[in-house]
Write a protein that binds this ligand. Structure first.
Ligand SMILES: CC(C)(COP(=O)(O)OP(=O)(O)OC[C@H]1O[C@@H](n2cnc3c(N)ncnc32)[C@H](O)[C@@H]1OP(=O)(O)O)[C@@H](O)C(=O)NCCC(=O)NCCS
Length: 170
């Protein structure tokens, strides 16, 4: 519960609310109850990322049936745009090599779409302005293979990106 205050501050940041499913401001009592419940829920893990001891962001992971992790991430407003979002998500994925991950990202949330692509996720759907992403080690391998090919043929990469808005991973 020591991180309650900073988590609430990040949660109520206007951009975080805009990009969340629930956009309302959360009051302290509601937040504390949510956090206490989260910490006692075995399937939920809340990671806090630190840079030189300073908290810079958080990733929440809800494990479904123990194998699929549903991720949600936030970087502290004052630390955005420095690669921490990518690092945090990449770090969680790397820590659980045999797992699958999913994320729901609003289509207008460009930095998060960039993070999803960079960390090897594939878009698997889109509905009502929300995009759905999945990470499996298999899709990651495919992405890596394509990147290696593309690196040698930059023209092909550009053509690929022009033809497809979202990576076709499957
Ligand atoms: C989304 C969020 C986590 C990103 O964190 P961050 O630490 O700023 O992200 P990163 O710096 O790792 O990467 C973002 C990338 O997106 C790029 N980006 C941002 N806006 C962009 C745009 N309009 N077009 C293209 N790229 C864009 C950035 O340039 C950066 O790439 P770079 O490293 O090449 O410069 C942060 O903005 C945040 O906390 N937002 C509010 C909460 C939120 O949206 N959570 C996600 C819910 S799914």
């Amino acid at each position: 519960m020591a991180d309650s205050e900073v988590l609430l501050r990040w949660r109520n940041d206007p951009l975080t609310r805009q990009n969340s499913h629930s956009t309302a401001v959360v009051d302290e009592a509601t937040h504390k109850a949510w956090l206490a419940n989260s910490l006692s829920t075995p399937n939920r893990v809340i990671f806090i990322g630190e840079a030189e001891g300073i908290p810079v962001g958080t990733v929440r992971c809800d494990w479904s049936e123990g194998l699929v992790g549903y991720l949600s991430w936030t970087v502290a407003p004052e630390w955005r745009g420095q690669g921490y979002g990518t690092e945090l998500v990449r770090g969680i994925i790397a820590a659980f090599t045999d797992r699958e991950f999913r994320a729901e990202i609003k289509a207008k949330n460009i930095p998060s779409l960039v993070i999803a692509r960079r960390t090897g996720m594939c878009q698997i759907g889109q509905r009502d302005g929300v995009t759905f992403w999945q990470y499996t080690s298999h899709s990651h391998e495919k992405r890596e293979r394509r990147n290696i090919n593309s690196r040698h043929i930059p023209g092909r990469l550009r053509a690929f990106e022009m033809k497809t808005n979202e990576p076709k991973c499957t």
